[in-house]
Design a protein around this ligand. Sequence first.
Ligand SMILES: C[S@@+](CC[C@H](N)C(=O)[O-])C[C@H]1O[C@@H](n2cnc3c(N)ncnc32)[C@H](O)[C@@H]1O
Length: 316
Amino acid sequence: MIIKPTAVSLFTGCGGSDAGVIKAGFNVLMANDIIPYAKDTYVANHPETHYILGSVADIEAFPKSDLLVGCYPCQGFSQGGLRKADSTINYLYLEFARALNAIKPKAFIVENVSGMVRSNYKHLLDHQLKIFSDAGYDVKYKVLNAAHYGVAQERKRIFIVGIRSDFGLTYQFPEITHGPDLDAYVTIKDAIGDLPLWPEGEFYDYDFHWYYMSRDRRRDWSEPSKTIVSNPRHMPLHPVSPIMTKLGDDKWAFTTEDKARRFSYREAARLQGFSKDFIFPETLNSSLSMKYKVVGNAVPPPLFEAVAKALPAIWD
Ligand SMILES: C[S@@+](CC[C@H](N)C(=O)[O-])C[C@H]1O[C@@H](n2cnc3c(N)ncnc32)[C@H](O)[C@@H]1O
């Protein structure tokens, strides 16, 4: 029997990061989040993992594991978020550091929004790098674009990876696989071309308010999608929608009267790189906006898989 290396997952959501970790060959022992529907979805897809619902701050003990992964929330850093550099939510990385110090895994992977490298948040990034290296890790970080790793979506995110210092190894981020002179980008058509054009009940079918119309929300079938977000109001347009044209500063319009629509939550999952058989269970906690939320929050599984697979073989 092959014994797999083990992982503990924090800020797990519905498990985009974990789907990548599992594909990279890990056994996820424990997962955690505060969103009930994130747990429902995760458990429907990965029943073997022990998923704790509730704040990470209330978890007193963590199982020992080879790898620790966590994508703490990003409200303060994201372009669409609150931009409060010191909001308390930005300090959840201290909970990740608490788990890191308790478990002392061989390696860890963190993902967060790329806004963290901006100058007004740099002090928070620097503090994370410091506490992770003080915990005994050789730490590297880099902003990666999911489209460069076979995901049908432009999505730039920062990854922070650490290898425990006693290994004396430095992490190398995975080489880009998709782009000019490499494999062709995976397109919207590749990802969702087999799905129905008008999946009734699966897409957010409300008006396009002024803010939505302040930029071009559409990409063609032959391109990767714009970034999938967790708020359905801001979800990019499906290519069945009319082309948009610029009218002026922050003002766009549809070029025809044909009906436009946003991507459905199921299409969003495909564009994030979730597998075709990913389950969205119907539970007491499920709703259209919850399905969008857990999918939009997720890390694209193929991107997380690439980052995890680039770790050196330190698991025996
Ligand atoms: C960026 S999302 C993580 C996405 C996830 N890694 C994935 O790939 O699907 C951040 C998550 O942190 C969770 N979260 C926020 N505060 C938390 C807390 N105090 N304890 C545990 N989870 C929390 C949010 O509910 C959200 O699901």
